[in-house]
Design a protein around this ligand. Structure first.
Ligand SMILES: [Zn+2]
Length: 618
């Protein structure tokens, strides 16, 4: 689906677009000054249509979201006209489809688009895939939520003209071909290219940085000035330089845009937040919070989105290349598109020393725990990918956890088999040379292709751990790089009963809010929801340092010795009474999370492989 021409130099790009005879077939027009009732009117001069009737589609789903959103539901009042301005017959076939009869006469379509941002419905569009109209403030155009296409005609070129308030600037990876200060003109090779190019209009806060061969735009809309383009460009630059080095000194794009919308929490944040990748840009819809606290998270997300320029842009299967916006087929390789991307986002930071090795192991520990606790570790990843829309939507989040760990395991395995010389990044470069943006691979053949490019043993790795249902052999994988892996273990430990507590800021008191998860000891004590915890074994609960106080209480427990909890309980007559809960202290079983630790005395071989894995080419 990512059919963007990669042509060096602005001039050549302009010449090519304007004079190569690639005349736009679709001509769209929107006036952003005219937001009415939270709606905008879209006008389309249609391409010539040769069939008797034609279907006009809005997308049911768009690349990268892996969720059915039905963008047609935000479109209303669609009208069709012939050259003379006579209204034509239109029938709405389903939420995303309009049938226009006698379509050879069709000249013009008009319709209204509502934004998805304040949609109260059940299937809310995540903000980074949505549209948002705040007149005078911000207009976010995720193009697939605005513009549609005719059946069988999605590969024709598009032109979009946008009139906008003078004080607004449109941030997008597309080039503005109109000099006027209140009009932008964009061209896209086809619908895939247009849908791949989000736009954000607002008062400009932008910084452009040059990273190797690429011009990188950082554009920010924030409710507070301390979150701004300068701050983020400074934060992203080391990351982009590290990515450039990781990719061998060049970036595979000449132009890239980070477009970030920070939501004022006072306006309410009802829909999902995050970021969505595109070939030449990424769009972020995030709650505003303290920039210093937000920066590490923003860097992680930006690193992830930026790495998508490798895959799926330059390496993808037919399912992605010919992405069907209204009847999508899913590829079996989410481990590649999302998993490897997520893995590289961490790897590049660790390799360049932007985070310490210990910090990196902590991040990997988090992925180990999440993938094992919250997802089906024994579900073949290929199977999950193919059926992610209908059968396994709740497993999708594992692409960022186990998907990344598959990338890591594959990387270490390639390094081991090649004596440190060849890693996953080399494989990705080889695959992008062999395929690239215009040449999709066959979904079923990828594992054979990779084995042929690398080592025959790799076929077995894929068959067992990616196409098969066997959990990854973490102990062995980490041993190769001198890191010990301790799987989750059952341990017996003292607890306070495993009740859920909340802290009342005003009274500085802890209250039991939920007893459904209490363990045997908690049940023996007999907590009730609403109990206020006053003292443990006669020691009053302090107003600060509560965790330390709890730890000391647990450390002082002895098996079988009475343990007392003083609580204030509702007496049923509008008052409270203090009562003492008491039970013999007992240990209860608990699973420890999986953990990683760098060996204190790794062998020379382990150390060599670890260095090669981290990209230290000694
Ligand atoms: Zn991603």
């Amino acid at each position: 689906m990512k059919k963007l021409l990669l042509i060096p130099g602005i001039l050549f790009f302009l010449c090519f677009s304007l004079f190569a005879g690639n005349e736009p077939a679709y001509r769209y027009y929107v006036d952003l000054d005219k937001v009415e009732n939270d709606r905008l009117q879209v006008e389309l001069i249609a391409p010539p249509i040769k069939s008797g009737s034609v279907a006009f589609y809005m997308p049911k789903i768009v690349p990268g979201t892996y969720t059915v959103y039905d963008f047609g539901r935000f479109v209303s009042d669609l009208k069709a006209f012939d050259q003379q301005g006579n209204a034509m017959q239109v029938e709405r076939k389903d939420v995303n489809t309009w049938i226009i009869k006698d379509a050879r006469r069709l000249h013009r379509l008009t319709y209204l688009v509502d934004d998805s941002d304040d949609d109260p419905g059940a299937n809310q569009v995540f903000g980074m895939a949505g549209t948002n109209f705040e007149a005078g403030e911000n207009i976010t155009i995720n193009t697939f939520g605005f513009f549609g296409y005719f059946d069988g005609m999605e590969f024709l070129p598009f032109e979009v003209t946008i009139d906008h308030p003078e004080e607004f600037y449109g941030s997008t990876a597309l080039r503005d071909l109109d000099d006027a200060s209140t009009r932008d003109l964009f061209r896209a090779d086809d619908y895939h290219h247009l849908a791949d190019s989000p736009m954000m209009y607002c008062r400009p806060d932008t910084v452009t940085i040059q990273v190797a061969n690429a011009e990188v735009l950082v554009s920010v809309h924030s409710p507070k000035p301390d979150m701004n383009a300068k701050l983020l460009a400074d934060a992203f630059e080391p990351l982009l330089l590290a990515t450039r080095d990781f990719l061998g000194g060049r970036l595979p794009v000449d132009r890239y845009a980070f477009i970030l919308y920070f939501r004022d929490p006072a306006k309410g944040i009802t829909n999902g937040t995050g970021a969505l990748e595109h070939s030449h840009s990424s769009f972020y819809y995030l709650p505003y919070f303290n920039p210093q606290a937000a920066l590490p998270i923003l860097k992680d997300i930006a690193a992830h989105e930026f790495f998508h320029i490798l895959t799926p842009l330059n390496i993808h299967s037919k399912e992605i290349h010919y992405f069907d916006f209204n009847n999508p087929k899913m590829s079996r390789h989410l481990w590649l598109y999302e998993g490897v991307t997520e893995y590289f986002a961490g790897q590049v930071q660790a390799g360049a020393g932007l985070i310490t090795f210990e910090h990196y192991l902590k991040k990997l520990e988090g992925k180990l725990a999440d993938s094992q606790n919250n997802y089906q570790d024994e579900l073949a990843f290929t199977k999950m990918s193919r059926k992610v829309l209908d059968k396994y939507p709740e497993q999708f989040g594992n692409v960022y956890q186990k998907g990344a760990l598959i990338g890591m395991a594959l990387d270490i395995e390639l390094r081991r088999l090649s004596g440190g010389k060849y890693g996953l990044i080399d494989l990705m470069q080889d695959l992008s040379k062999k395929y690239g943006k215009d040449e999709p691979f066959r979904d079923k053949k990828l594992f054979d292709e990779i084995a042929a490019l690398t080592f025959p043993e790799i076929k077995n790795f894929f068959k067992t751990y990616v196409g098969g249902d066997k959990p990854l052999p973490y102990e062995e994988i980490f041993r190769h790089i001198g890191v010990s892996y301790t799987p989750p273990q059952e341990v017996m430990e003292f607890t306070l009963g495993n009740v859920s507590l909340d802290f009342d800021q005003e009274s500085s008191r802890l209250r039991v809010v939920d007893v459904s998860q209490t363990n045997a000891f908690g049940k023996a004590l007999g907590y009730q929801a609403g109990d206020v915890i006053l003292a443990l074994n006669g020691q009053k609960v302090p107003s600060s340092g509560i965790q330390k106080f709890f730890n000391e209480a647990k450390a002082g427990m002895q098996e079988g010795q009475p343990f007392q909890v003083a609580v204030l309980r509702n007496d049923g007559n509008g008052g409270h009474k203090e009562i003492i809960l008491s039970a013999p202290a007992q240990k209860t079983p608990k699973m420890t999370p999986p953990s990683l630790k760098a060996l204190e005395n790794p062998t020379g071989e382990q150390l060599k492989l670890r260095r090669a894995w981290l990209g230290e080419r000694a």
